[in-house]
Design a protein around this ligand. Structure first.
Ligand code: PFF
Length: 450
């Protein structure tokens, strides 16, 4: 089965690395990783998260890229054809479906938070944070999220901008990411410099890297594992669909390792920036989704050229969110184009409209709907829990089972074409046993069965 994708191909390995890193690095690294680390007590959470990246994330990412490249279509159709090739049930195409739904749901709230970042570009640039105190910064954030109309306007703008890029197709992505990643890294390193100088750096480092297992419970372990999937964009077909556009001669193993290292580095750097500021200003590490919006502006308000760097930072964050959101909706768009013979433009309008509508629920979760809760969770909390903690790990589990047990050994060996036989043997061991068993244990532990 050697064919090309009807949606085009990456021009080179670098283009794929950039696009996949663009998908992986996003709000998950800079917005979500610090606040969930804060909510789950720090070091032990980080250690579990890093272990999950190594033992579950990397092997599953290799599997996902491999399946995508072998099938060369949207995840739904890829899974159907690969199952057929392996002589297995067409029901595997459900895996693709779950991914399409997860992509919609994640993008619906992702876009609301990306809207916050857009709004902060304007706020920081206007200089309102200059000399601001921690309380002042918190108040500005509180007033902002209390206003549903503002949140809705930014959410709408972000969806439009995302769908415009998706409508232009694969080629549109490459150029966007090429300058973005290095710039983001440079500014993060600069901010680490600020935190070393002005923040409680030692305390921040201890919080992040000294594990205290009494601070993490089974739900925290699930969140850490779910985040490993979320941050690497795994378990829902986003990386599979990018794999579908990968030229056949590119080595999957080393490419995946580069992407994972870049992604992890950005998350850890973000943690190293934020926690020293949290502790130096007596803030609460577990204060939730507003954490970066309540800490970083303090730094920007006090450092030399802070408004300039701050503006640049939020612009980059918006770009990082943008290159991730594109991959969240690509599986759905690719499917609409393949199966409903829609033009890319039409497919984007429909997908964008549905996502925008669902996003209104998240907009309201932070203000007038904040008290509407099921199981003590707002609409936003439920979407986040359902997608990151349940759907992505479940999707990843199925991908591991398919790649390890259903797909023929010769096929996966041939498609991965790893240079050394032992590397393939390690991968196969991880994908058949370690990753699936780990996911199952974490699930069983959360529901109290073990
Ligand atoms: N990996 C992205 C982030 O960390 O922000 C989020 C994401 C993108 C998750 C694409 C899943 C996905 F398919």
């Amino acid at each position: 089965m050697s064919k090309n994708s009807q949606h085009g191909q990456w021009s080179s390995r670098l283009a794929f690395v950039l696009a996949a890193t663009g998908s992986a690095v996003g709000l998950g690294n800079i917005w979500k990783f610090p606040y969930i680390t804060g909510e789950n007590g720090g070091g032990a959470f980080v250690l579990v998260y890093l272990t999950c990246i190594l033992a579950i994330g990397i092997p599953i990412m290799m599997a996902e890229v491999m399946l995508g490249r072998r099938g060369r279509q949207s995840p739904v159709n890829t899974m159907r054809d690969l199952a057929k090739e392996a002589g297995s049930s067409p029901l595997w195409s459900w895996l693709g479906w779950v991914g399409v739904v997860a992509g919609f749901l994640i993008l619906s709230y992702y876009s609301v938070i990306a809207g916050w970042a857009m709004a902060y570009v304007v706020r920081v640039a206007s200089g309102v944070f200059e000399g601001a105190t921690a309380d002042g910064v918190s108040n500005i954030f509180g007033q902002f999220i209390a206003d549903p109309e503002k949140l809705l306007a930014w959410h709408s703008l972000f969806i439009i901008v995302t769908m415009l890029v998706v409508a232009r197709g694969v080629k549109g992505l490459e150029r966007t990411v090429k300058f973005l990643m290095p710039a983001l890294l440079v500014i993060l390193v600069l901010l680490v410099g600020y935190s070393m100088d002005q923040g409680a750096f030692q305390q921040g480092v201890s919080f992040l890297f000294e594990p205290d297992f009494s601070k993490i419970d089974s739900d925290g372990v699930l969140t850490a594992m779910g985040h490993a999937f979320f941050t690497l964009s795994l378990g829902m077909g986003a990386i599979m669909v990018y794999g579908a556009y990968l030229p056949s001669n590119v080595s999957i193993g080393s490419t995946v390792i580069i992407i994972s290292i870049a992604d992890t580095a950005v998350a850890l750097l973000a943690g190293l920036v934020i926690f020293p500021i949290v502790f130096a200003n007596g803030l609460e590490p577990g204060s939730g989704p507003g954490l970066i919006f309540q800490t970083l502006p303090i730094a920007f308000g006090h450092m030399a050229y802070g408004s300039l760097f701050g503006t640049l930072f939020f612009v980059l964050l918006v770009f990082a969110a943008w290159s991730s959101s594109i991959s969240l909706i690509e599986p759905a768009v690719a499917w609409l184009v393949e199966n409903k013979s829609m033009s890319r433009m039409r497919a984007c309008i429909w997908a964008g409209l549905v996502t925008w509508l669902v996003g209104i629920g998240t907009v309201l979760s932070f203000n007038i709907g904040a008290d509407i809760k099921f199981f003590d969770k707002t609409f936003f909390d439920i979407l986040d829990y359902l997608t990151a903690n349940i759907m992505l790990p479940l999707g990843g589990l199925c991908i591991a089972l398919f790649a390890g047990w259903v797909m023929k050994k010769e096929v996966s060996a041939n498609e991965l074409s790893l240079k050394h036989a032992w590397v393939y043997a390690v991968w196969r061991l991880l994908i058949r046993f370690v990753s699936p068993i780990a996911v199952i244990i974490v699930f069983l532990n959360v529901v109290g069965l073990i």
